[in-house]
Structures are given as structure tokens and as C-alpha cells.
Design a protein around this ligand. Sequence first.
Ligand code: FAS
Ligand code: PHB
Length: 390
Amino acid sequence: MRTQVAIIGAGPAGLLLGQLLHRAGIDNVILERQTGDYVLGRIRAGILEQVTVDLMDEAGVGDRLHREGIVHHAIELVFQGERHPIDVTGLTGGKVVTAYGQTELTHDLMDARKAEGLATVYEARDVSLHDFDGSKPVVRYRRGGETHELQCDFIAGCDGFHGVSRATVRDRVTEYEKVYPFGWLGVLADVPPVSPHAIVYGNSERGFSLCSMRSLTRSRYYVQCPVDDKVEAWSDARFWDELRLRVDPHLAERIVTGPSLEKSIAPLRSFVAEPMRFGRLFLAGDAAHIVPPTGAKGLNLAASDVKYLSSAFIEHYKERSAAGLDHYSDRALHRVWKAERFSWWLTSLMHRFPDTGPFGQRLQDAELEYLVHSKAASTALAENYVGLPL
Ligand code: FAS
Ligand code: PHB
């Protein structure tokens, strides 16, 4: 089999790249380790920057997002028993974020790919990458008990943090990593969100909490938990009780509870692998970087990588120019590091750390007070939250 761009991974990065390349007339094949249902079963991100919404429109798959996505003009910070709105739209000259689950975004991209009859090989096992430092890269994989070979011009490694792409060049990357001493316990439930038009971030003496949503009838909540905590230790009742204890009393009494549809613990880390290009192999999304989800940047960074990479491929094939490909890594990393900084900063501000101590806690309290009462500080939060310009 032969294609122009071999894409490894059918998560948001791989699917969005495949769709944008197809619309530009560039042939591509996606190789995905799991089944489509497995990919859709992972509950992950929920907040889209306008850059990501615009890319979904550019990919021709934005209709349901515009119908069902919930536009937010504000977020709220809860600390010391009080809620403080941050007028994100007012502080950024009209910018918004949209609540629309990664699952739905992935579904829309999968449906479009299937409708166009594009090649996605699910359950592709033992994917290996070859000769990408030369002019004729090759991807091999096993499926149905046979070894297959995909010849291509370029390989896009969109296979996430545990994928094969970055592992293949592990000796050629410089890794930057910070692992946080806690995780997020997340619950998905078919109950109306307690705050339908503003994501609520809480910092209480018991730890971080987050009140989000997937629709007006489906909520997504998180509480900070010990990094070695076990989901089995958290009954639904325990989760709801803990969430109520971490927000202000007025919000707590309005939380509608119900049975969890999904409950999982995610570790938090900041991670960047540099560079993001190795000959004709390009890394995009979680394959190259991870952010703690506090700033809602993970999925959105994957989208901006794909914007840069798809433009570079289009420039190569349509204008015979290598400029975009040559600048991809530096261009993507500039945006990645600014999102890494913001995600680390908001995580540091909103979580309780075991080694903070009394002085450190007073500093965190003072920064929160300053943030919600300073237009300059709130503006800095808002412009990062809606997403910095491409
Ligand atoms: P993905 O990991 O989504 O996709 C990679 C794909 O490659 C997967 O389908 C995988 O099966 C496939 N793959 C892996 N190895 C392969 C191989 N060897 N061969 C073929 N295929 C292979 N972000 C937020 O903004 N907010 C959140 O709340 C949030 N919560 C998260 C919770 C968890 C548990 C995790 C892990 C991430 C979370 N993220 C969140 C970040 C997440 O949304 C990512 O940023 C997003 O999925 C990035 O998309 P991709 O880069 O496509 O990587
Ligand atoms: C979510 O809805 O899953 C979500 C929202 C905001 C975040 C992280 C996750 O910062």
C-alpha cells in the first residue's frame, strides 16, 4: 500500500490532520492500534478554544459542534468559600470558549472520514517506522496475522504519550518533564451541570475541584486526589459528598447528583519532547507534549500542532515549498511552551501541594485575592484561557 502521508493514531490530532489533508487533496492513511469504539470510549477533554472550533469548520465537520456546543463567556474561581467570576469574553475583546466533549469531536471526525471512504486501519498492531531520515519512509504493522507495509512521503506521529512515534526517536529527543504529586478523579454523570454557563475551578483546603459539562444534561466533575488513589475507593456517594465540600455552600446545595457513567483517575504531568521533527517524521499532539488538564489546553494544543503541520504539508505539495516543514517544530514549540507555562501556573495556583507549608499557602491565598481583584491579572488569565493567537 502507498500514500502521501501516513498518520499514526486516530485520536483528535490524527483524525483532524487526516481530514484537513484530504480536503486539500493530499492522500493519507491512518493506522490506529485500538478499535474505533475503544477510542470513543475514552473520556477526556471538554473545552475548545476558538482556534479548535475554527479548525473543525475548516475540516468541514463543525455543524454539530455549533448546534450542541455550549459557548462560555466566563469562568469562576472558588476559594475561601466564595465564588469569583472572570469575565473571559469582556477581558479578551469578545473571545469565548466552547464546551464540547472530545468524544463528540472525535465522533464527528470519524463519521466524516468514514463518509468520505478514507482509509483508517483500526487494530493495527506492532506499528514500526522506518527510513524517515531518507526520502522514502515506510510504516509496517500487523493485522489479521499478517505483516503489512505502507510506503509514504511523510509520517505524522499522532499516537499520543504512550505511542510508538516518539519512542522510535527516543535517543534524538530532549525531554522536559514535571510530574505533579496528585491526580484528578473524574466523574461523568447524566445530571444537569451545576453551573451551565461557566466552568467553576475550586481551591479549598481539601484540594482542587472542577465543575464542567458535556451538555445541559450531562456533567463532568473532577476532584484532586492522591496520585496513588484508587477509583475503587470512591463510591459515587463519597465523590458527591467530597465535591460539595470543595465548592462554596451556595453552589454545593445546587449540585444535582446521580449515578456515574464513567469514573477514572488521571495522573498530571507537564511534558515536552524537543524537537518535533525528525527527517520525514513529524510529531503532533500528545505524542510530543502533555499538559496538566487544569488549563484545558491538551486537546487544543493538538489542534494547533495540526494546523501548523497540515499547512506545512499543503505548502509542500501545492507550492513545492519546504519552508513550513522546516519551521514546523520551532513554530509549534513556541505555542506549546506558552501553554505549558499557563497550565503549570494555573495548576500551581488551584491545587494543594503536600510541601507548600504555611508561608507557601499564604502566598497562594494572596495570589488568588490579587487575581480576582486586578483587571491586569484577570486579563492575563483570560487571554491564556481562550487561547493565544496562532
Ligand atoms: P490521543 O492520545 O488522544 O490519541 C492517540 C491515538 O494513538 C490513540 O487513539 C491511541 O490508541 C493511538 N496509538 C497509540 N499508540 C499507537 C501505536 N503504537 N500504533 C497506532 N496507534 C497508536 N485535555 C484537556 O484539554 N482537558 C482534559 O480534561 C483532559 N483530560 C484527559 C484525561 C486523560 C486520562 C488523558 C490521557 C488526557 C486528557 N487530556 C485532556 C488530554 C487529551 O485530551 C489529549 O490532549 C488529546 O487526547 C490529544 O489528542 P492526540 O494527540 O490525538 O492523542
Ligand atoms: C472538562 O470538561 O473535561 C474540562 C474542563 C476544563 C478543564 C479540564 C477539563 O480545565
